[in-house]
Write a protein that binds this ligand. Structure first.
Ligand SMILES: [Zn+2]
Length: 258
């Protein structure tokens, strides 16, 4: 599939709200604890009727945390089930469970994911280049763009532009649009929303107001100021028309980590 970057990849996979689990993180990224009921068991893995745990997708890695005190060591979406792999014996189908996500890790991922959307918006506005891929870890990430070659002085310039947008305290709004409305939105057309499978009739949209709007299933902070700042740690060529940017997310007065 030739979707633009990790962001829309996430949009495609994560937009499907009609899975067996109610995906609580899609409407409330700040939810840290929840109660749910076990609806499926597969070895050490459980599926729940509702979950705040984010499963790997769209370039964003899964949440860790605990279910009924047991460590959640991996979360994956397979078909219409979100599976929580546990470090211990799984509770039985029908059991009520209390979940708690590892908030430090999740919040770091939210800051990082939002930083990447700001980067997408800045690069599109300034150079008109599209994303070709990317991935993130808590507070570090890489993204590839269709540059060939990178402009002179690109690293410091893009760092300044992104940090100016972060400091501008732009609000981030999440909404669900009927497919027809999303397809007619000029900003979403640029991110190839039309390539989302027709079976997806409701498109989740993450809007960094005034900067970047994408179909996306990830978790984001509420305002760009919550990201902090970024440092461009490396730029490299990954071939013709594909240049990689590595960045670190840091506190406003913080130092680069690693
Ligand atoms: Zn995204």
């Amino acid at each position: 599939m030739t979707l633009r970057g990790y962001c829309d990849g996430g949009g495609v996979r994560q937009n499907l709200r009609r899975v067996q689990s109610e995906l609580l993180y899609l409407t409330d990224a700040y939810l840290r604890t929840f109660t749910g009921r076990v609806v499926a068991v597969d070895g050490d893995r459980v599926g729940l009727d509702r979950t705040a745990f984010y499963p790997t997708g769209g370039g964003q890695p899964f949440d860790t945390g605990r279910l009924n005190g047991l460590k959640v060591i991996e979360v994956r979406k397979e078909g219409d089930q979100v599976w929580h792999a546990l470090d211990g014996d799984a509770p039985e189908v029908g059991a009520e469970v209390e979940g708690e996500i590892d908030w430090d890790r999740r919040h770091a991922l939210m800051r990082t994911h939002t930083a990447l959307h700001v980067l997408c918006g800045v690069i599109w506005n300034e150079w008109g280049k599209a994303v070709t891929g990317g991935n993130m870890e808590p507070l570090s990430a890489r993204m590839d763009f269709e540059f060939d070659p990178l402009p002179e002085g690109f690293g410091p310039r893009v760092e300044d532009l992104v940090n100016a947008e972060l400091a501008a305290d732009r609000k981030i709004e999440v909404s669900f649009l009927p497919r027809g409305e999303a397809l007619a939105d000029a900003d979403l057309i640029r991110t190839k929303v039309n390539l989302i499978p027709e079976s997806v009739q409701e498109i989740r949209v993450v809007d960094i107001v005034g900067l970047d709007k994408q179909a996306d299933g990830g978790t984001h902070v509420a305002s760009t100021s919550e990201v902090g700042r970024i440092r461009v740690t490396k730029t490299e060529s990954k071939g013709k028309g594909n240049k990689r940017i590595r960045l670190a997310v840091v506190d406003v007065d913080g130092a680069v980590d690693g």
